[in-house]
Ligand binder design. Structure first.
Ligand SMILES: *[C@@H]1O[C@H](CO)[C@@H](O)[C@H](O)[C@H]1NC(C)=O
Ligand SMILES: *[C@@H]1O[C@H](CO)[C@@H](O)[C@H](O)[C@H]1NC(C)=O
Ligand SMILES: *[C@@H]1O[C@H](CO)[C@@H](O)[C@H](O)[C@H]1NC(C)=O
Ligand SMILES: *[C@@H]1O[C@H](CO)[C@@H](O)[C@H](O)[C@H]1NC(C)=O
Ligand SMILES: *[C@@H]1O[C@H](CO)[C@@H](O)[C@H](O)[C@H]1NC(C)=O
Ligand SMILES: *[C@@H]1O[C@H](CO)[C@@H](O)[C@H](O)[C@H]1NC(C)=O
Ligand SMILES: *[C@@H]1O[C@H](CO)[C@@H](O)[C@H](O)[C@H]1NC(C)=O
Ligand SMILES: *[C@@H]1O[C@H](CO)[C@@H](O)[C@H](O)[C@H]1NC(C)=O
Length: 762
């Protein structure tokens, strides 16, 4: 019997809650979507719909929502539809048109599209043929209302957004038109769905279309009664009358921990169910759904056992399309308690036009009864086929066919034990809570990364061979590793006991996963298995900048090389400060954190203590002083106000190191000289700084170029941050310095060949 692994899921479940609680440290139970676009298309006024307010396009900031179209026509219905006013206006296009949404938060989002052709509108909207795509997925493929039996259509999709712009494109068929009444783009908790179909197929690569979402044994539940604004439909239409079933229900106070199920399903789903009515109609409860054949489907079934007693428990067999999907599901055992909500996920390839879900008592069940509370069916939808023009699509199965060779029922993914024993929860110490809370980041962020199994990591590092150890720190150890495809990587392994280490790890993943820049280190993937937390990075063959200035295997860098490296690092920092959606203050700018790849391209590393910067209306964040001695901004040190200028100060120290070829802090030097920046400043005042310049550079460098960088360094090291320049200014000055140097370059450039010495990626 396959038993879901309880313990890991248990923590996983926590994350559902803790994800939400992260910012204010309290267990607030509601989910507040970061991206929350509710667009009443073509409307002139706000419209309240199912408890939320949809607003017209023109009320959005242009930078947030833009319509890209040659021509758009706002239309309103003359009839007062009995449907919501939301369906009384629309945006109509005669040519391909796009809505561009600015995305604040990467991750899973709902897209909901609302359509209602006005019976009175000419050209006739009912004849529209509607194709809707995102950049990579086809949401609607040539939909028409011609043979559609209802007056309006609402489609819901679950997508993973991994860029700051989301385009939703509407494509009319030749000589036709396309329209939309309302659009939603709303963030959702990432943890609601599993991370991967199997280790090699991240779930996030797919887009799902909601086909059916049933509240079994109960009434419809509209968006306003669902924490994530989902609609749940009564199961009556799909229930197979060949099986006899009866509605059963309990009251909300009988459900264990209803607040824990906040996102999975509203409590109303768990308080109503169907059970076997009498045995004469057979032993199964069965539902049948019409679906398109040859797609993959994601099926989630919800249970809450109201039938078992402490002495007699019900064990279920679950069938899909007549095949056994899960045998002997002992609800009491997997959920831990009576009336404890529980769900289970399946993925199957469906070759028929119908999909059936059945549940019946297993042979070993001591109670000859069955139950079901909710069923969700989502379709894995097709990718846009870029090779063909317009809207032809690729069947998702071509990509995932290996999943489904053996049988129609493919695989059972994440056994969703999300239900926990409440007492255990209460018994947990605050410390544990805190670490769980932090863990949400890794779950959240790891989704966008490749997942490595512990086995793969062990294989890559020859079982964490000490010979491959390239660095050790408070956070853990760094190994050089080789992946199966031959790629060389740096593997950072957290010490689980080190609280600081773990915090920094999660911080690093959280900050890094949304960032892509050629001058930032990039995460290749992560491994979060058996309570190990491991990050995998591209391997930086040339170690850190510091090792080339004064390190063990030090071969002096030319001035040009130093400038090029500083320029690259500046670009990375500038991107952090201004390029990302919310500015990021690195907080630990230093020469050991500028890593060099095989071509000496610098990459800013170590985001362990980085901080998201202030929002626009604030200029600083207040935080305890962290950073490395020798580099910390004095004003930050005294005021605890962290600003981007703190990074600029530290970068000034880097420039002095680069000019002097000496470490920022050296306790073998005298007290006055221990801190390089302070020593340099005092020499500067005395006019003796020239004596500090790296002897290697003397005579080999254009002095205008060097002086330019020195001037810049003094500006960066200004005690008052208002007097320090921005990273953008730093970039311009370094570029000028490089030009000056190149212009004066002697013909035989004596750039040096480097040995492949190796340094920790720390
Ligand atoms: C439609 O309903 C609104 C408000 O209920 C009303 O103000 C308007 O006059 C109605 N229009 C028509 C054409 O009946
Ligand atoms: C869309 O549907 C119409 C009518 O059903 C059909 O004529 C047309 O070929 C379809 N277009 C595509 C691209 O499938
Ligand atoms: C609608 O149904 C009719 C009759 O069943 C059929 O002839 C026609 O092709 C259908 N139209 C579309 C667009 O599917
Ligand atoms: C079960 O409940 C639904 C929704 O309330 C109702 O429509 C249906 O008739 C009920 N079925 C039975 C067999 O009582
Ligand atoms: C659904 O929400 C509405 C509005 O918030 C509320 O009046 C109603 O009682 C809710 N229904 C249920 C079944 O909780
Ligand atoms: C709700 O269920 C609980 C536990 O089964 C029971 O004690 C309570 O009386 C019920 N309340 C109502 C209003 O039915
Ligand atoms: C199944 O359980 C329900 C609720 O306890 C009960 O009403 C029904 O009679 C049971 N059915 C059978 C076949 O035992
Ligand atoms: C329940 O349904 C499954 C799948 O259709 C079938 O194989 C099984 O025999 C049924 N069980 C009973 C007792 O009818």
């Amino acid at each position: 019997m396959v038993m879901p692994k309880k313990v890991p899921k248990y923590t996983h479940f926590f994350l559902i809650l803790l994800l939400i609680a992260v910012s204010n440290e309290s267990f607030s139970s509601s989910f507040i979507p970061i991206d929350n676009y509710l667009v009443a298309c073509g409307s002139s006024h706000d419209i309240n719909f199912q408890g939320r307010t949809f607003i017209p396009e023109f009320k959005f900031k242009h930078s947030n929502l833009q319509i890209i179209a040659n021509k758009k026509i706002e239309v309103t219905s003359k009839f007062n539809s009995t449907l919501s006013p939301l369906y009384n206006s629309a945006q109509l296009f005669l040519e391909k048109a796009s809505f561009k949404f600015k995305i604040q938060q990467y991750g899973r989002h709902w897209i909901r599209l609302y359509f209602h052709p006005f019976p009175d509108y000419n050209p006739i909207m009912t004849l529209a043929s509607i194709t809707v795509t995102t950049d990579s997925f086809v949401l609607l493929d040539n939909f028409t209302f011609a043979n559609y039996t209802r007056s309006h259509l609402m489609k819901e999709y679950l997508i993973s957004v991994t860029s700051y712009e989301l385009f939703i494109t509407f494509i009319p068929r030749h000589n036709s038109l396309v329209f939309v009444n309302a659009i939603e783009v709303v963030s959702m908790p990432d943890v609601l769905f599993p991370n991967s179909l199997n280790p090699s197929t991240p779930f996030t690569e797919f887009t799902l279309e909601t086909m059916y979402r049933l509240n079994v044994g109960g009434a419809d539940i509209s968006a306003q009664n669902d924490t994530l604004s989902r609609n749940w439909e009564s199961d009556e239409t799909y229930f197979q009358s060949t099986t006899t079933g009866m509605n059963i229900s309990t009251n909300i106070s009988a459900i264990k921990h209803p607040d824990f199920i906040e996102f999975t399903a509203p409590p109303m789903v768990y308080i109503t169910a169907k059970s076997l009515g009498s045995l004469s109609g057979g032993y199964n409860l069965s539902w049948e759904f019409r679906v398109s054949p040859n797609f993959l489907y994601f099926v989630r079934v919800h249970f809450c056992d109201m039938i078992s007693s402490s002495t007699n428990s019900m064990v279920l067999d679950l069938f899909m399309n007549g095949y056994i999907a899960f045998q002997s599901l002992d609800l009491l055992r997997v959920s831990g308690d009576l009336a404890e909500p529980y769900y289970k996920d399946f993925v199957l390839k469906n070759t028929e036009e119908t999909l059936t879900v059945s549940v019946g008592p297993a042979t070993m069940s001591s109670i000859r009864n069955a139950t079901m509370n909710g069923i969700e069916i989502m379709k894995f939808i097709n990718k846009v086929d870029a090779s063909k023009k317009e809207n032809r699509v690729n069947n998702v199965l071509t990509k995932t066919s290996e999943l489904s060779k053996t049988s129609k029922l493919v695989i059972i993914i994440g056994c969703g034990v999300f239900v926990v024993i409440f007492l255990a929860f209460l018994g947990l110490s605050f410390c544990y809570l805190k670490s769980c809370r932090l863990k949400k980041n890794s779950v959240n962020a790891c989704e966008f990364l490749r997942h490595f199994t512990l086995h793969e990591i062990q294989h890559a590092t020859d079982g964490f061979d000490a010979e491959l150890l390239i660095g050790v720190g408070g956070f853990g150890k760094v190994y050089k590793g080789t992946l199966d495809n031959g790629k060389i990587v740096a593997i950072k392994v957290a010490i689980p006991e080190s609280r600081q280490g773990l915090d920094e790890f999660y911080n690093e993943i959280e900050l890094l996963y949304g960032l892509r820049h050629q001058n930032l280190v990039s995460l290749v993937g992560c491994c979060n298995e058996d309570s190990e937390l491991i990050l995998v990075y591209n391997y930086m063959a040339n170690g850190s900048l510091s090792s080339h200035l004064y390190g063990r295997d030090f071969v002096p860098l030319s001035w040009k090389q130093r400038l090029v490296i500083c320029l690259g690092a500046t670009k990375g920092l500038l991107y952090l400060h201004t390029g990302a959606k919310q500015s990021i203050i690195h907080r630990d700018v230093k020469t050991t954190n500028f890593l060099l790849d095989e071509k000496f391209v610098p990459k800013v590393a170590d985001f362990g203590i980085s901080k998201r910067g202030p929002l626009l209306d604030k200029s600083h964040v207040t935080t305890n002083v962290k950073g490395s001695f020798g580099y910390v901004d004095p004003e930050y040190f005294w005021t605890k106000y962290l600003t981007k200028k703190s990074d600029v100060y530290s970068f000034g120290v880097v420039l002095i190191e680069v000019i002097c070829g000496k470490p920022a802090l050296d306790d073998t030097r005298t007290t006055q000289e221990m801190n390089l920046a302070l020593w340099a400043l005092s020499c500067h005042k005395k006019g003796t700084f020239n004596e500090m310049v790296d002897p290697y550079l003397i005579g080999k460098v254009n002095m205008d170029s060097l002086n330019k960088v020195l001037e810049l360094a003094w500006k960066c090291l200004e005690e008052r941050r208002v007097n320090r320049p921005s990273m953008g200014y730093v970039l311009c000055q370094l570029e000028e310095a490089l030009h000056l140097e190149l212009a004066s370059h002697v013909l035989n450039d004596n750039d040096i060949e480097f040995s492949d010495d190796i340094e920790a990626v720390v």
